[in-house]
Ligand binder design. Structure first.
Ligand SMILES: C[S@@+](CC[C@H](N)C(=O)[O-])C[C@H]1O[C@@H](n2cnc3c(N)ncnc32)[C@H](O)[C@@H]1O
Length: 261
């Protein structure tokens, strides 16, 4: 049986007075980190900055980060796949950008882009990424997933293909944002997609899309909708894990294996 997150490592509940984020806790996190007695040891240390974010979420207020257990699955995937360029949609306070940006850098990669819609969260993330010494690797982009993809593609920052992508933003946008990447030619053989929250709250539309055959996608594609590239072939698996709060969740890990002729 998979290990569960031990009680002492669990985050505090996310919900406080009906709010899950955006009630001041993100700025409180920044105050906590910059007032921490071990601040100097955090400078240039992604691991210590992530530990401080975890410590805040265990002692003060829960944070909607990917957490240690799902995070370890993704960092192992980064070590194995050695992406040069990785795109994240949904950066929040920068926990996953620091964890995965560090893993990407250690694997020899060059750029990790983190797109975040909320400018305050993006500012908190940028400050913590800088503290962790990752400013040359990780760039925070303020905007929706679609805006970020279009802007980065327009600048040529994503190159010819995204090596890995992490979807952790607005759940109903996962499928359309993936299709946008497909239409722009950013997904190709070897691209690895990781989608968070496949149980909490779940994302049946996205799961159905990445698990569908080319024939099924061509049959379903309707005029007027974002078509993406239905000829892309994917192999996809559901990987159970846990939220940092201890609740069950899962990732969907999908690899593009080629383009149907
Ligand atoms: C679950 S949090 C991301 C957590 C982060 N990946 C981590 O593990 O540290 C989701 C984030 O997506 C952002 N968001 C919501 N809708 C978005 C959209 N359409 N495009 C980009 N970001 C969005 C929210 O503001 C929030 O910060």
């Amino acid at each position: 049986m998979a290990a569960t997150l031990s009680e002492f490592k669990r985050y505090k509940p996310w919900e406080v007075d009906g709010k899950f984020f955006g009630d001041g806790r993100e700025v409180a996190l920044l105050d906590y980190v910059y007032g921490h007695p071990e601040l100097d040891q955090m400078r240039g240390s992604p691991a210590k900055v992530c530990q401080a974010i975890d410590a805040f979420a265990r002692s003060h207020t829960g944070l909607i980060n990917v957490g240690l257990m799902k995070g370890a699955i993704v960092t192992e995937l980064i070590a194995r796949n050695k992406p040069s360029v990785m795109l994240e949609l949904g950066g929040y306070v920068g926990y996953s950008a620091i964890l995965f940006g560090d893993a990407l850098r250690q694997a020899g990669g060059s750029r990790f882009f983190s797109v975040e819609k909320n400018p305050l969260f993006a500012a908190v993330a940028a400050s913590l990424i800088d503290l962790a010494g990752l400013r040359d690797t990780v760039r925070v982009v303020v905007g929706t997933g679609a805006e970020g993809i279009q802007r980065l593609h327009g600048e040529g920052a994503l190159g010819t293909q995204i090596d890995m992508a992490f979807f952790d933003h607005h759940k109903p946008s996962y499928t359309n944002d993936l299709k946008l990447c497909e239409r722009l030619g950013l997904i190709g053989k070897g691209t690895v997609l990781v989608a968070d929250n496949m149980i909490l709250p779940g994302n049946p539309e996205y799961a159905a899309y990445v698990r569908a055959s080319v024939a099924e996608k061509l049959q379903k594609a309707a005029g007027g909708e974002e078509m993406g590239n239905p000829n892309l072939e994917y192999v996809s698996r559901f990987v159970p894990s846990y939220e940092p709060s201890g609740e069950q969740d899962a990732l969907e890990i999908t690899e593009c294996t080629g383009i149907a002729a």
